[in-house]
Every structure is written in structure tokens, then in C-alpha cells.
Design a protein around this ligand. Structure first.
Ligand code: C5P
Length: 428
């Protein structure tokens, strides 16, 4: 990845401002020249000396300082990339309207550099119709919107609105920068893309970010975990939260794809822009996937599907008094949905499966993955380790992606969103 670029980091007034220090630091460590433009509200959350020490440059806030050097446009004109993190609801509204009542607003309006924003706010503010419309406006103008993620917020509450982790924001920002460099170049795009991508770091290889490289693609994604009922109150289930599948859906939508999300008992909110098809059991998921796959370009089976279901679903709650000290359940095999989808694949369609395994030895894990990709007949298999503390509920993931021959084509680790970006890079 090339270094020594001029990057403006805009910091606005949210508690996540303290995390922006790590974003500044990541760019500085790459060798970039980093200029922080903070709002006055941002400086109530993080100190100017901290930002100056880390960025190794003066931090600007005031529109009426440096007037002789026309600072209000000079900073924006010199930028190769502008990253606003955190971006509050207020700042997002200002950007959508093109307001320039402070130095950051002027800097952004005066710049033609790619703009990446990382929203951070409470769930209600993020879900507010005004914020949704403003974010949509910015996306349509080509602004890269990273996150927000879901998780613990400032108070005791948690939900959507948490600023994405700094490494994800930096990765998306570098991706946007690389994409803009490519667009600006007269060189044959394919040659340059290949060489530039080969040199880029893990998550930054999701070059397109929100820039529309999957526009026109119809992608069907299953996410979550199926639940197989035993009686009206109980089920056999698994610990899949749906986070990786939802991250894939989010990233695909941001890159311009039209996405059907077949959602099995998600523990996280589905992105608004998807065609959401909720399901409960493996049989329902099978039906929904078969219908959606008919006209899909890409099918991704990220859901954890129960391999077995109870042979009989009792119409009434199973009572201890009726069963005694032990309860024998008879389970029957569910169809392998992924194998079915791969067998019914249409010409040109790409089918991607997941394999979550508890095997701790990396070589044996790889062997299991190779056997699985051959058995299922899919084009790619995303292989990851799961365990009591790994995988399911985690915000992060570490995967190897095998192609149909069992060769490793991607090794990626980081936030589930950055892993999703890498997987989607296979589809460009
Ligand atoms: O065989 P295993 O469960 O490890 O395979 C995992 C992959 O197969 C995932 O992509 C999952 O969605 C899919 N699967 C399926 N139908 C099943 C079991 C798993 O489609 N009955």
C-alpha cells in the first residue's frame, strides 16, 4: 500500500472521539501526513494536545484562524482523503445539507477527495427518519459510510449506533483511497487493480467500499441459526448470532448489490435496505433459499443450519411427569441446503458456504475444510474455528476461504465487517 498521503481526520463531538486517536495513529504509522480538524464539541471529549502529539501536526478548529493562508479551503484542497470519525447525527445532517458554519464543514465542501464517515450515536438517533434520509443522501453522493456497529453504547444501553472499531474504519478509508486512485488513473484498470490489491493490507483490499462495485448483482444471504421445535415452547438451536451474515448483507448493500437476507433468528438487527425474509427452521430456510436462489447471481449460506430435527413435534409442552428421569429424543436428518443449492446452480451463479469447526489444529482444520468443499460442491467455503469463546457472538472473525479445488484464496482476520468485505471481493 502506498504511504505518505495527506489525510484529514475530522473529529466531531461524540464520546467515541477518544477512539479517533487510534485512527490518527494508524495513518501516522503508515507514513501519512495527518491533519486533524476537530469541532469545538470534539475537543470537550478529547484533548488538543493528545491529538497534536499523535498526529504530529497542529490541530485546527477555528474558522477564523489562519485566514491569511485561506485555511478554510486550503486543508480540504490538500487532502487525498477525509475521514470523519465519529460522525455525529448533527454533523451528518450538516454534511447532507452542505452547511459550512465551521472549519470541518468548509474543509469538506472545499475538497474533492473521497469522504469516509463513521457514524456514532444512540440507536434512536440512528433510526430517526431524518438521520436515515441524511445518510442515504450522503451514500448516493458517493460518501463511504462505515458502520455503525451494534453493541454497548455510552450508557447502560446497547444497540445499533456504536462507532465501528478504528481498524475497520482505517481499512475502509484506505479502500476508498485505493478505489479513488484507481478511478483517477488512465492505466488499464484490471492490471492496476491486480497489482495494487496484491500489495494492500488485509481489510483494505475491500477496495470498493461503498463505491458500487457490486451494483446490479443479486445476492442471497442466509444468516443466523435455525431452531427446530420440540414442542410449543422448546427448540433445538445453536449459538449463531447472525453477525457475520448480517455484516455480509450490510457490506453488499453498501457496495450496490441488491440483497435478499434469509434471516434465521437473528440476534442483531438486519440492515434496512435488504429484502428481509425471516425463517425459523431448517425446512423454512431451505424453502426460502430455493425460491430466492432462482434469480440470484450469488448465494451465500452463512446460516448455521441444524443437521437434525426432532422426528416429532409434540402439540403440547412435554411434561417431566410424563417422561421421568430421562427423555429420549428421536432426531431425523435435515437436508443439506448448501449442497442442494450447489447442485442446482445456474450457469454463472456463485455459491459460497461456511464451515464452522471446533478443530484446534490448523492443518487438520484445513483438511476438514477441503473435504467439506468437495462434498458440498460449492464454489467457495469460508472456514473458521468456533468454540466456547470463539466465533459466534464475537465481533471479530478469522477465516480462510477455500475455492472449489480446496486452495486457500483468502486469509482474513478482523471485524466481521472487514472479513465480509474480503469475502465480497471475490465477486467483483
Ligand atoms: O456440514 P456443515 O454444517 O459443517 O456445513 C456448513 C455449511 O453448510 C454452511 O454454509 C451451512 O449454512 C450449510 N448447511 C446447510 N444445510 C445443513 C447444514 C449446513 O446448508 N443441513
Amino acid at each position: 500500500m502506498s504511504s505518505g498521503r495527506t489525510i484529514v481526520v475530522g473529529i466531531t463531538g461524540g464520546i467515541a472521539a477518544y477512539k479517533a486517536v487510534n485512527i490518527v495513529r494508524a495513518f501516522v504509522l503508515r507514513g501519512d501526513s495527518v491533519h486533524v480538524v476537530a469541532t469545538t464539541a470534539a475537543l470537550r471529549f478529547v484533548g488538543k494536545p493528545t491529538l497534536e502529539a499523535i498526529s504530529r501536526n497542529p490541530v485546527h478548529t477555528d474558522l477564523y484562524e489562519g485566514v491569511a493562508e485561506v485555511r478554510h479551503v486550503a486543508i480540504g484542497q490538500s487532502a487525498d482523503l477525509i475521514v470523519v470519525a465519529p460522525a455525529t447525527a448533527h454533523t451528518i445532517a450538516k454534511l447532507a445539507c452542505g452547511l459550512a458554519d465551521d472549519l470541518l464543514g468548509n474543509t469538506i465542501l472545499a475538497s474533492t477527495a473521497p469522504l469516509v464517515i463513521a457514524p456514532a450515536m444512540h440507536t434512536e438517533m440512528w433510526n430517526n427518519a431524518a438521520t436515515r434520509a441524511n445518510v442515504q443522501t450522503l451514500r448516493e453522493r458517493g460518501v463511504v459510510v462505515v458502520g455503525p456497529g451494534t453493541g454497548r453504547l455510552t450508557g447502560a444501553d446497547s444497540g445499533a449506533g456504536r462507532m465501528e472499531e478504528p481498524d475497520t474504519i482505517v481499512a475502509a478509508a484506505l479502500a476508498a483511497l485505493a478505489a479513488s486512485d484507481l478511478a483517477a488513473s488512465d492505466l488499464a484498470a484490471s492490471d492496476l487493480a491486480a497489482s495494487d490489491l496484491a500489495a494492500s493490507d488485509t481489510a483494505a483490499a475491500g477496495v470498493a467500499g461503498n463505491l458500487g462495485d457490486l451494483r446490479g448483482k443479486r445476492i442471497v444471504i442466509s444468516a443466523g441459526g435455525t431452531r427446530e421445535p420440540l414442542d410449543p415452547v422448546r427448540f433445538l438451536g445453536n449459538r449463531s448470532s447472525g453477525k457475520q451474515g448480517v455484516a455480509l448483507a450490510e457490506a453488499a448493500v453498501a457496495r450496490g448489490a441488491s440483497v435478499v437476507l434469509v434471516a434465521a433468528n437473528l440476534e442483531v438487527p438486519a440492515p434496512e435496505q435488504v429484502d428481509l425474509r425471516p425463517v425459523g427452521t431448517a425446512a423454512e430456510l431451505d424453502r426460502a433459499m430455493s425460491i430466492a436462489a432462482v434469480d440470484a447471481d450469488v448465494v451465500i449460506m452463512a446460516a448455521a443450519v441444524a443437521d437434525y430435527r426432532p422426528a416429532e413435534v409434540r402439540p403440547e409442552k412435554i411434561k417431566k411427569d410424563d417422561t421421568g428421569d430421562t427423555l429420549m429424543l428421536t432426531l431425523v436428518r435435515n437436508p443439506d441446503i448448501l449442497a442442494g443449492l450447489a447442485a442446482a446452480k445456474k450457469p454463472g451463479q456463485v455459491v459460497i458456504g461456511f464451515a464452522a469447526e471446533t478443530e484446534s489444529d490448523p492443518d487438520r482444520l484445513l483438511t476438514l475444510g477441503r473435504e467439506k468443499v468437495a462434498r458440498k460442491g460449492c464454489d467457495y467455503l469460508v472456514l473458521n474455528r468456533v468454540g466456547w469463546t470463539e466465533g459466534f457472538a464475537s465481533e471479530r472473525n478469522e477465516v480462510r476461504v477455500l475455492d472449489g479445488r480446496g486452495d486457500i484464496v483468502i486469509e482474513a482476520s478482523g471485524s466481521k465487517l472487514s472479513v465480509a468485505e474480503r469475502i465480497l471481493d471475490l465477486l467483483r
